[in-house]
Write a protein that binds this ligand. Structure first.
Ligand SMILES: [Mn+2]
Length: 351
């Protein structure tokens, strides 16, 4: 289904064949189309007909078993000569200029002197935005594992340092899924005012504790943030947390097919009132085989939500040198509704 849909996008853009390369550098689109992150391999997807998985003897057997590609071939050296034979008569060849190193592009131009190369990064991003049923299932699973990990963290809160929590997340993501989707964050007290502070061996401080992590499940990512409280929150801290939570939940409610992403952001900013200036990053980002992909979920985004979009909504409030609060869920757009895929409690947990 993925390839058929992509072929019609290629035809619309008058591209004879797409070449997805994992040769010089990893291209996440390789994993997307083949289901495996094979080293030193290519996918050749013509606008019509059968696609080819071109690989080395090293990956050949695995590719035949796992990729589902009708044709899996071993290349001969020099590699780009093999490739040029396969691409054959294709005149216009689509490549992902967002991930292909210039050195590889030079090889290609030399091997295919008559071909015209076109950037397909925009087409690829469009293709990947619309998640298909099997992809949604994997993301759901990645989300539910993340929920399970969060529940374990708070259930028996025995952690001394931020690093203890980080290590636990990494271990559990490996045990229950295919690993983490990015380096987990455990940011306590005043350190949480830096959204990308990861956590150290320092003792967990009193106050808000931001836990931001995700799980990879067969190539698909989840991304969740929950802020809990170590100690006893003041009334003002409860109020701040609740204001952010309300803004996040309103944004989720407003998210549906046809809605402009920028409107969601405006809604959140309005709800945050004078704390608007303390919300210092984007509202979210698409997720899939990459932890950041389309749609763009920021204030400048021109994207309009549509069926099959999966993305995060993660507003935050950061008071420099004092505290940070962020709440993040993964959302699927299905018709007139948004479905929340991460289900961990958002009531302020105190430990
Ligand atoms: Mn995120």
């Amino acid at each position: 289904m993925k390839i058929k849909r992509f072929q019609s996008l290629l035809a619309d853009s008058r591209i004879d064949a797409a070449l997805i390369s994992n040769f010089f550098a990893r291209d996440p689109n390789f994993l997307y189309f083949s289901g495996m992150d094979a080293e030193s391999s290519f996918l050749i997807i013509p606008k019509k007909g059968n696609s080819t998985f071109l690989t080395s003897a090293l990956e050949h057997e695995r590719a035949k078993k796992e990729s589902g590609f009708p044709s899996v071939r071993i290349f001969k050296k020099p590699v780009y000569k093999s490739l040029s034979k396969l691409v054959g008569r294709a005149k216009v060849i689509g490549i992902n200029m967002q991930s292909m190193p210039i050195a590889e592009y030079k090889h290609l131009k030399k091997a295919l002197p008559k071909a015209q190369f076109k950037d397909i990064s925009v087409i690829l991003s469009k293709q990947r935005r619309h998640k298909e049923a099997d992809e949604i299932e994997k993301i759901r699973k990645a989300c539910s594992i993340a929920d399970q990990i969060f529940a374990s963290i708070v259930k028996d809160f025995r952690w001394k340092t931020e690093e203890d929590i980080r290590k636990f997340i990494i271990r559990e993501a490996g045990r229950l899924g295919s690993g983490i989707s990015f380096e987990p964050i455990a940011a306590s007290g005043k350190m949480a005012s830096m959204p990308h502070y990861r956590g150290t061996n320092a003792k967990i401080r009193k106050g808000f504790l931001v836990l931001d992590f995700g799980v990879d499940f067969h190539g698909y990512k989840s991304d969740i943030t929950r802020t809990i409280y170590v100690g006893k929150p003041s009334k003002a801290e409860y109020a701040l947390y609740d204001m952010l939570l309300l803004a996040q939940e309103e944004a989720i409610k407003d998210a549906k097919a046809g809605k402009r992403v920028s409107e969601l952001m405006e809604g959140v900013q309005k709800k945050l009132g004078k704390y608007k200036k303390n919300f210092i990053h984007s509202l979210g980002h698409g997720i899939g085989v990459e932890i950041h992909e389309g749609p763009a979920v920021s204030v400048n985004s021109k994207d309009i939500l549509s069926e099959g979009d999966v993305f995060t909504i993660e507003p935050g409030i950061y008071l420099k040198g004092r505290l940070g609060i962020r709440i993040e869920d993964d959302i699927l757009i299905k018709g007139k509704k948004s479905i929340v895929l991460t289900k961990s409690t958002k009531k302020l947990v105190t430990v």
